[in-house]
Design a protein around this ligand. Structure first.
Ligand SMILES: [Zn+2]
Ligand SMILES: [Zn+2]
Length: 714
């Protein structure tokens, strides 16, 4: 492309778009479906359809692109599977906000129209991130792009749900869930953000039945006492041993509460006596199950006291707390109040305080699935890098609870379950059933809940390749080679992909999991809008080019250390691009009239300096290969930076100017060959990191050779 000279000034905006279009047109990113014997594959962590490229994405995808480009150049049949996540709650929120501007609520449209509206939104404004990933240079196989709500993936979701249900691994049950009273949905444990807050510990006297004595319980949530059905003590606690089996009277309400003994009660918390509120606390819910206690629900899904709350009925939870404390105090039940640090659970989306509430939910029975996923890492079928995350993974997998997969929203995979209105039978099926399997009735109503967004992403490594069909793609690329991800979704996503992959593909979804660090600001602070320290990757790329940006991220991506990013760092690596550009501008005229375009071979005889630069190059090749293959991207990038700038440019080129000046001599010809040989390999080594500028320069010296994108890697 173009003439053989480079413009004086390196301007990324003139080359980046041009080369990306060229690569796409040449279909260089397309994977071959049939096995070649040397395969390499990665599935992209699907960004939300609502998403816009942030620093986390930029780092994550730059590292993936380096791995993919490196292996592609090195002769692997390479698949980088792209796609997006439908992001249930986030997307529904966006469209609801849009509706609100028109003065509408989703209920005004109804479910069907609302979902149409979401698809419309996706069509018009969703998926901006795909073009931003292209801007970054990501060499995904875009023709295979998937969406977690597309037809094929929806089919995979239904298939998995039905199979798990048939095996008894999905059940519907009463369960205490984290409920967001504002979003009106159940949240998984992982969607609850924990925050320390200064609260109080209220000590409340519960009279002992038939005596004038009392037992004092301590609680951080006095309003829930309305739903108490027992008092629990530790059976080995001498203070209370003789009270077990006796009764206390619930103040204000008057209900008789059995006093139970259970080893779970912490003798050192408060007074060592615990009020038990099975409907509003997870521990109490479990206690109630073990002891067969009654459950009294006193709060509704809006966080308001319901009809079981005597004269507090209708009050908001915080209003009720005040009223109860006041009344307890007036009636002499309040012993004391102590300041106490409480851990508040907040909705990850709206930050409202979540309320543990009982509702009917769908669950995945996680035990048997987790066991396999644990084993696969223990026996090394999947390797987690850096290794210290393995411990975190083990801890989580051994303490895991059943996974609540139902969500009370509209946008998502609607649960394929129907209830017969005549006999109450629940039918779970791949396709809508025409009649009840029990009574042959035809009045069937589908479950209104949708599945947790992570349910479909858990299937991502195989659903994107065409499962449940036995496709050539699955045969060729599953298990994938590596998953590149941040640690924040190790649990949400990685562990669940492990479980589902092992269950349905009978093999792990990936051989390696590489967990990269976070991108922080230059002072090590998390980037956030409120702190005003966010660096926008799109602006950075406009200003300095994608290459300088990518190289910066790679150079800072040390294992186990967060990245401290500042614009001056990016400027620094922009200078590196200039240095490379100028070196190439110097070299190109010398190479233009040298026979043997491509510089595949070195001359037979080298002088001492030439031997030196060639041996340094050899060392750099080894280091870069090692760096990439062991996920030490920073080592590879630093090595390239040092070698290119300080050895090739500063020393070798300066030296070569002497023989190059002796036009027409044997010496000059030899210098041209060594110069071309070295520059050509530097460009190839750098290509996975900085694909655009290397392609531009290489195109000027390669003659008829194919694009640098196709390798070979030195
Ligand atoms: Zn919420
Ligand atoms: Zn029926």
């Amino acid at each position: 492309m173009g003439d053989s000279m480079l413009p004086k000034v390196y301007d990324p905006s003139h080359i980046e778009q041009k080369w990306y279009d060229f690569w796409l047109a040449q279909k260089y990113f397309s994977a071959k479906e049939t096995k070649t014997g040397k395969e390499y594959s990665i599935v992209i962590p699907p960004p939300n359809v609502t998403g816009s490229l942030h620093m986390g994405h930029a780092l994550n995808n730059t590292l993936q692109d380096i791995l993919i480009r490196y292996h592609r150049m090195d002769g692997y049949n390479t698949l980088w599977m792209p796609g997006m996540d439908h992001a249930g709650i986030a997307t529904q929120n966006v469209v609801e906000r849009q509706l609100a501007q028109e003065g509408l609520h989703r209920e005004d449209l109804g479910r069907e129209k609302f979902i149409e509206r979401v698809w419309e939104w996706k069509q018009q404004s969703g998926g901006a991130i795909v073009n931003q990933l292209k801007r970054l240079g990501c060499s995904c196989d875009w023709d295979r792009e998937r969406f977690t709500m597309d037809e094929g993936l929806s089919r995979a979701v239904r298939e998995v749900f039905v199979r798990l249900y048939e095996e008894g691994l999905i059940y519907k049950g009463d369960y205490i869930v984290n409920w967001c009273p504002r979003c009106h949905t159940a949240l998984s444990d992982l969607e609850v953000e924990h925050e320390d807050s200064s609260g109080s510990l209220w000590f409340i006297k519960y009279p002992l039945d038939g005596t004038d004595k009392h037992i004092t319980v301590a609680t951080t949530r006095p309003e829930t006492m309305l739903g108490d059905t027992a008092v629990a003590v530790n059976p080995s606690d001498p203070r209370y041993a003789d009270l077990v089996g006796k009764f206390a009277i619930l103040p204000l309400v008057g209900r008789k509460l059995i006093i139970i003994g259970d080893p779970i009660v912490d003798e050192h918390f408060g007074t060592g006596a615990l009020k038990v509120t099975p409907s509003h606390d997870l521990t109490d819910f479990e206690l109630a199950r073990r002891h067969g206690l009654e459950r009294v629900t006193v709060m509704d899904f809006h966080g308001k006291i319901n009809e079981n709350g005597i004269h507090f009925y209708g009050m908001d939870r915080y209003e009720c707390r005040k009223a109860i404390v006041r009344e307890l105090d007036e009636k002499g039940f309040l012993e004391k109040i102590e300041p106490y640090a409480v851990g508040l659970g907040k909705c990850y989306r709206c930050k409202d305080v979540v309320e543990p509430l009982i509702s009917k939910q769908w669950f995945v029975k996680i035990g048997p699935l987790a066991e396999e996923a644990l084993k696969a890492v223990q026996d090394g079928r999947t390797r987690i890098v850096p290794e210290h995350w393995t411990k975190t993974y083990f801890e989580w997998m051994t303490n895991i609870r059943d996974w609540c997969v139902s969500r009370q929203i509209w946008w998502g995979h609607r649960i394929p379950a129907w209830t017969c209105q005549d006999c109450g039978e629940i039918i779970v099926a791949r396709e809508e059933p025409r009649e009840c399997s029990a009574c042959k009735g035809t009045r069937l109503v589908q479950e209104t809940d949708v599945l947790d967004t992570w349910f479909s992403s858990a299937l991502w490594p195989f659903s994107t390749m065409g499962w449940p069909d036995h496709t050539p793609l699955l045969k060729t690329f599953y298990p994938t080679s590596c998953l590149v991800t941040g640690f924040d979704i190790l649990f949400f996503w990685v562990a669940r992909m492990m479980m589902m992959g092992l269950k349905f593909m009978h093999d792990v979804p990936f051989r390696d999991v590489y967990i990269h660090a976070l991108v922080r600001d230059e002072n090590g602070k998390k980037m956030s809008k409120s702190l005003g320290n966010v660096i926008d990757p799109l602006l950075v790329m406009d200003k300095h080019g994608a290459d300088a940006f990518r190289f910066t991220l790679a150079a800072l991506a040390a294992q186990g250390r967060d990245i401290r990013l500042s614009e001056s760092r990016i400027e620094g690596y922009r200078n590196f691009m200039n240095k490379l550009w100028n070196a190439a501008r110097f070299a190109l005229p010398h190479l233009a009239d040298a026979p043997g375009a491509g510089f595949a071979e070195l001359p037979d005889r080298l002088d001492v300096v030439e031997q030196w630069i060639v041996s340094r190059l050899q060392r750099a090749i080894e280091e870069v290969r090692n760096g990439i293959e062991s996920y030490c991207f920073n080592d590879a990038a630093q090595c390239l930076y040092q070698f290119t700038w300080h050895e090739f440019c500063d020393w070798y080129i300066e030296y070569a100017k002497i023989p190059l000046a002796k036009s027409g001599t044997e010496e000059a010809l030899r210098a041209k060959k060594v110069l071309g040989y070295t520059l050509d390999r530097i460009l190839h080594l750098l290509h996975p990191f900085i694909p655009f500028i290397t392609e531009e320069i290489a195109s000027k010296i390669q003659g008829e050779r194919a694009s640098i994108t196709c390798g070979p890697f030195p």
